[in-house]
Each structure stands twice: as structure tokens, then as C-alpha cells.
Write a protein that binds this ligand. Structure first.
Ligand code: NDP
Length: 328
């Protein structure tokens, strides 16, 4: 039997947490032969801690053979102790009348503290995925607050946008999602992200040639992927928790176990490629192997794509400048 992997999850009693934890414990994220210890963080308020206890009772009642231990806590240094994987899901939602700027600052406090705690107690190889919004900027703040950890270990979730785009493309082209490769989603996990299928293939042939409709791309596809979260809230009355949890599982699984040469989208700190300033956490195409990701380089960027990439970058730069004073 393999040694257990420690997986920390914040916001563990929330909607996404509820759709995520049972799948991690059943082996869907790290493999059906990989025991896990769940280290669950919730807010230090009675309601959140009680809800967390309830979720832990349900996890116990599943009697998952791979669940080798569980900790529930309100202390980030307990949750992140020796963590190998950290899923930062909990974030402050926008309250009534709250400005975007205030939301950024509230979350900056949370992610500064969590970055510092990771820096202090997590495994030196911890793989961090930020799901809580604004995910890219929260990941940037956590990364900057953890100077002793490799910045490459801080990532943000663009995989939901990637998966949403895949399904829309598969429907349009009349092919199975699994047949599509080489899709990219550039930028921020927000409606400004740019899903780009210029390089995508189906069975080795160009998907763009098959779809062949630039108008559909600009006026239907891109807006539909960008507004999908809002459409789900409108339809369900609740946000998209199960698909977000599924995307988090996909992201970490591919990062840890490898993508077998396939391109996937991850929000990673830029190395300056594609004109994205160094350090900005941006959605890029990567391949993954042996627990590491490698940027897909030297893709041609045409005028339409440059404009779309610059737009999502401008939003990220604005978010970053809104929190710069907190990061020294
Ligand atoms: P959810 O579990 O639904 O969402 C958690 C976070 O994920 C939110 O920031 C949400 O953003 C974000 N998210 C990213 N992508 C998506 C997506 N596609 N669909 C939906 N959400 C997405 O929120 P809940 O309020 O149910 O749960 C949050 C939990 O976190 C609560 O239990 C709370 O107590 C806890 N919390 C913990 C903190 C901590 O551990 N320090 C700090 C703050 C909260 P968006 O808001 O934009 O939908």
C-alpha cells in the first residue's frame, strides 16, 4: 500500500467542498490505489464548524477504503501541516452592495494568511490549486505570501472554462469531447477569459476547419463560455458547484498523474511568454508529466487573439494593482 497523501481543502463545508471531498476520498483525484488524509479548513464560526462536522460524519459513513485519516479545523496551520496538495476553495463571496475592490481586499487578507501558513508548514513540494474567486489574483497573493515555496507550485483553476469550451465545441462539431485535443483557454477565470480553438484537432484534423465559422466563434462561442456561470446561477438558483469541483479534480489529477501528452489549461505564473508579464497567474496551455507542468510555447498569436488576450490581461493587471500595496 502506498503512503497516504495529505490533501488540504479550505471552505470544506461549502457547496464546492460538498461536491469535491467524496470524490477525492474515493480515489478519483489521485488514483484508486492512493490513500489520502483529508485536512479540512472552515471558518472559526459555529455554523461553519458544525457544517464541517456534518460533512466529516458523512465521509466516515461512506467507509472509503482510501480515506486514511481526516482532520477538521479552523486553523490554517493545522490544515496545511505537511500538505502535499492544497485546494483553496473557501473565499469571501460578494455581499450586497459590496464593491469589486472591497471583495478583492477581503480575499487578499484570506489568501495572504493562507500563503503564509503554507509557507510555514506545508510540504516543500505542495501543489496548490486556487478555486475561490477571484482565483487568479488569490493565487498570486498566496504565491507572493509564500516566499520559501516554488512559485510554480501555485496555480489557479481555468479548467472549468476549458471543460465548458470543450463541450460547446464538441456539440457544434458533432464529435465526442474526448476526440478534441489542443484547446487553450487564455487568461483570467472570469468572463474575460479567451477560449481559443485555433490549434484544436479532432482525430488529427483541424477543428477550426471543420467548424469554419468565425462569426459563431466571436458572437456565440466566446460569450457563451464566458457567461456560463451566470446562466447556471439563473437556471439553478445556485452556482455551479459540481462542475467546478469536477474541474478541480481534473486539474489536480492531470498535474499529479500526467496528461499523457495532451494539452490542458492551467492558471500558472507567467515566465514572460506570450507577452504576459512575469509572475501574473494566467491561463496557459500546458502538458504535464511526473508532477510537473510544461508550457506549450511558440504558438502564433493573431490580431484577434492578441486583442482578446490583452483584454483579459488588463483585467488581471487591474486586480493585481488593487492588492499591490498589501504585498510589499
Ligand atoms: P462555493 O463552495 O460555491 O464556492 C467557493 C468559491 O469557489 C467561491 O469563491 C466561488 O466563487 C468559487 N468558484 C470558482 N469557480 C466557481 C464556479 N464555476 N462556480 C461556483 N463557484 C466557483 O461557496 P460556498 O459559499 O458554498 O462555500 C464557501 C465556504 O468557504 C463556506 O463554507 C465558508 O464558510 C468558507 N470560507 C472559508 C474560508 C477559509 O477557509 N478561510 C474563507 C471564506 C469562506 P464565486 O463566489 O465567484 O461564485
Amino acid at each position: 500500500m502506498k503512503a497516504p497523501v495529505r490533501v488540504a481543502v479550505t471552505g470544506a463545508a461549502g457547496q464546492i467542498g460538498y461536491a469535491l471531498l467524496f470524490r477525492i476520498a474515493s480515489g478519483e483525484m489521485l488514483g484508486k490505489d492512493q490513500p489520502v488524509i483529508l485536512q479540512l479548513l472552515e471558518l472559526p464560526i459555529d455554523k461553519a464548524q458544525a457544517a464541517l462536522r456534518g460533512v466529516m460524519m458523512e465521509l466516515e459513513d461512506c467507509a472509503f477504503p482510501l480515506l486514511a485519516g481526516m482532520v477538521g479545523t479552523d486553523d490554517p496551520e493545522v490544515a496545511f501541516k505537511d500538505a502535499d496538495v492544497a485546494l483553496l476553495v473557501g473565499a469571501r463571496p460578494r455581499g450586497p452592495g459590496m464593491e469589486r475592490k472591497d471583495l478583492l481586499l477581503e480575499n487578499a487578507k484570506i489568501f495572504t494568511a493562507q500563503g503564509a501558513a503554507l509557507n510555514k508548514v506545508a510540504s516543500r513540494d505542495v501543489k496548490v490549486l486556487v478555486v475561490g474567486n477571484p482565483a487568479n489574483t488569490n493565487a498570486y497573493i498566496a504565491m507572493k505570501s509564500a516566499p520559501d515555496l516554488d512559485p510554480k507550485n501555485f496555480t489557479a483553476m481555468l479548467r472549468l472554462d476549458h471543460n465548458r469550451a470543450l463541450s460547446q465545441l464538441a456539440n457544434r462539431a458533432g464529435v465526442a469531447v474526448g476526440e478534441i485535443e489542443k484547446l487553450v483557454v487564455w487568461g483570467n477565470h472570469s468572463p474575460t477569459m479567451y477560449p481559443d480553438y485555433r490549434f484544436a484537432t479532432v482525430g488529427g484534423a483541424s477543428l477550426k476547419d471543420r467548424i469554419g465559422d468565425d462569426d459563431w466563434n466571436a458572437n456565440e462561442f466566446i460569450p457563451k463560455v464566458g457567461k456560463r456561470g451566470a446562466a447556471i446561477i439563473e437556471a439553478r438558483g445556485l452556482s455551479s458547484a459540481a462542475s467546478a469541483a469536477n474541474a478541480a479534480i481534473d486539474h489536480v489529477r492531470d498535474w499529479v498523474l500526467g496528461s499523457e501528452g495532451k494539452w490542458v489549461t492551467m492558471g500558472i505564473p507567467s515566465d514572460g511568454s506570450y507577452g504576459i508579464p512575469e509572475g501574473v497567474i494566467f491561463g496557459f496551455p500546458v502538458t504535464t508529466e511526473n508532477g510537473r507542468y510544461t508550457l506549450v510555447r511558440d504558438l502564433p498569436i493573431d490580431d484577434f487573439s492578441r486583442t482578446a488576450i490583452d483584454k483579459t490581461l488588463a483585467e488581471l493587471e487591474e486586480e493585481r494593482s488593487g492588492v499591490a500595496h498589501l504585498l510589499g
